[in-house]
Design a protein around this ligand. Sequence first.
Ligand code: G3I
Length: 492
Amino acid sequence: MASTPRRSSLVAILAALLAAVLLPLSTLSAHGADTPLRTLASADGRQIGVAVADNRLTGSTAYSSLVSGQFNSVTAENAMKWDAVEPSQGNLNWAAADRLVAFARANGQVVRGHTLAWHSQVPGWITNGGFGAAQLRTLLQQHIATEAGRYAGKVYAWDVVNEAFNDNGTRRSSIWQDNLGDGWIADSLTWAHQADPAAKLYINDYSIEGVNAKSTALYDLVKSLKQQGVPIDGIGFQAHLVLGQVPSDLKANLQRFADLGVDVAITELDVRMQTPSNATTLASQAEDYRKVITACRAVARCVGVTVWGLDDADSWVPGVFSGYGAATLYDENLQAKPAWAAVAAAFGGSTASPSPSGSGSGSPSSSASPSPSAPPSSSPSSSPLPGGCTVAYRIANQWTGGFTADVTVTNKGTSAIGPWQVGWQFGAGQQVTQGWSAVFTQSGSAVTAANPSWATSLAPGASYGFGFNGSWGTSNPVPASFTLNGTVCTTA
Ligand code: G3I
């Protein structure tokens, strides 16, 4: 049962104080206690996301303003799953999914698409349809082509394959595994790539946060997919955690996957506990959230963290784990919990407790502008770079009023460059609305993308990629030239 607002706020404040004591001093910074999480994460070149429930998005302004104000990435909790978008064969219902994509675009957020091929939430017309293996393969291919194709250019990443393994590392029995065989994973990734070549394609799973039989089986699969040239760009670690049980090898595990050449992301974070919560358990939960954010920040290819549900009233946990709950960053009254302050602190914000509402929400328009941003730790040198540099700027996707661009900078010299910043001028009034993997600032038409804290140096010969969503008006020309620390680069 929900506690009263007053009692809940008091508990939150007490626990925030306790959490602040537990948090290391190194996380203190100049950011205010109400700085939105998205501002802090963007300044770190990372995503902070939330799973969004369609009925809450449409039904509660308080909910939707926290989603837009606090997060720079959104995932549909259910609205993009197959049973939601095709409840009966050929009857396609995109209303809720379209709503979220439009909301994200209006608020300068990226969308993580969830999910294309999963054993659960497969519509009944398929599970009960008596289809043979060849028909099922065609249906899955068509579904992926249709959904990933519909949102091509609008979805940053897809959880193409969800939950394909058992805890012992064997393949999970499912309609896809049992009928299509082991190849369904590679096939699904390939079909998704054909439908949306620019989207980052993920395999997503739970209980893979530490090194164990399940994560190692997935690791072996990713290695093999990479060797075969199958399009796999990232691994999603769901991280549905139990209080006090963040695996101690989380960072090492994320890193071993990153070392295979894929991005990693925490995609469904929550930390459940026995309810009712109290100040001590909420403080422990804050510490768990801090550990997860810190582990992600310690891995260069960890693109960010998504929490699974905005608030405790909205979480899947109590319905599945009886007696457990209180797993998210906000309580049932949308009051920020100590975990909120811990996430903020772990991203470099203040460790002071948030304001009572904890929203720090900011207006959508202000939050959509590029992050006010942490400057690089020291100023980039503007002396000419001896070996030069190249910059490749590619418009990955474009739609009316918006676009996604990927930028790759390469150090062609023989010495490392760092800290670094890439600069360019937009020629037609374009604006960066949301960036990733670099720290963006824009003043008029001049844009700089500076190194994030975790990639301060560009080694000789090394390339580094980052990207952003932007807005455009009458035209969207590619910038005429680019600089790296003031030196004009060759355009690749
Ligand atoms: O839409 C129907 C509605 O028509 C019906 O009246 C109602 C009656 O129960 O059910 C509604 O469907 C529910 C659906 O959520 C949408 O609200 C399902 O019963 C319910 O089981 C479903 O739960 C979702 C669950 O995935 C399904 O497996 C949770 O909200 C969602 O948080 C959860 O998310 C999963 C991720 O996708 C994958 N990783 C694990 C994570 C947590 O289980």
